[in-house]
Write a protein that binds this ligand. Sequence first.
Ligand code: PBG
Length: 331
Amino acid sequence: MSQILPHRPRRLRRTDALRQLVTENRLSSSDLIYPVFLLPGSGQRQAVSSMPGVERLSLDLLFEQAERCLKLQVPVMALFPVIEAEKKTEDGREATNPDGLVPTAVQALKARFPELALLTDVALDPFTTHGQDGVINDQGYVLNDETVSMLEQQALVQAQAGVDIVAPSDMMDGRIGAIRLALEHKGLIHTSIMAYSAKYASGFYGPFRDAVGSGGNLGKGNKKTYQMNPANSDEALLEVGLDLEEGADMVMVKPGMPYLDILWRVKEHFGRPTFAYQVSGEYAMLKAAALNGWLDEKSVVLESLLAFKRAGADGVLTYFALDVAQWLREG
Ligand code: PBG
């Protein structure tokens, strides 16, 4: 005995074909950016204990990862360097060395895999003895304008090495404008800027700081004088608006899953290419639960990435990128 109902939403959920037909958002390997940790030397491979399944690799071993990106149609690889302690200084000047780890890797990767886009991080934290993203004064305060001129040099060196996208992750004021002008003045008109615009002072970056070795140096310090307060949302629109005005091509919200509301507001408000970073702590949470058998890895990872798309992301930086691309290929 059936009721007379005008609407039965379950009708369109009955079969796989019908569910496919009315699917609103889809995840594809082309939405993904794969972050990797780069070690100096060759033949070097180190596990990151707080990120099971993630390894720091020297350039020769990264070539295999680059090949896998191309094969699985992941369009971008993001490089994060692990800098030797003896190269770290108070002002992080190794970041501006044209023969440094990152520019050297960019040149080698672009020579071998010209079709793979590369993204490099613009920030001083892997290069400073104190683990802050900039130059500090004697109170430990990160100096804005002094830092911006270092970042400008760092971005130029990366662009001259042939990187496709520079991604300032430092949250200094005015850095996007300074970097854009510096690039234009040098005729580097094709280098894109993906700005970490709404980047929060988050506890979810812990495993990343272990991976690049900046966490120990930062110690009990924090980045609250430049990264955003997790309580704020309107301020994210201010930050994104400034970066776009200053010449960013793409913007980012970071972390990812706890900040889907911010992602949604940014995409709704500006309608520009907007990315989310599923950060190291999010990876660690999902991975830990999966390794304990508490969550099914494939289903929760795919669900988490689809959530970014639904919230308006054009793409996602995720340490799961290659696994996901493989799963999507298997169908
Ligand atoms: C450094 C930087 C950080 C991340 C990307 N670039 C850490 C931080 O701001 O302390 C975090 C990425 C992650 O947690 O996966 N400027």
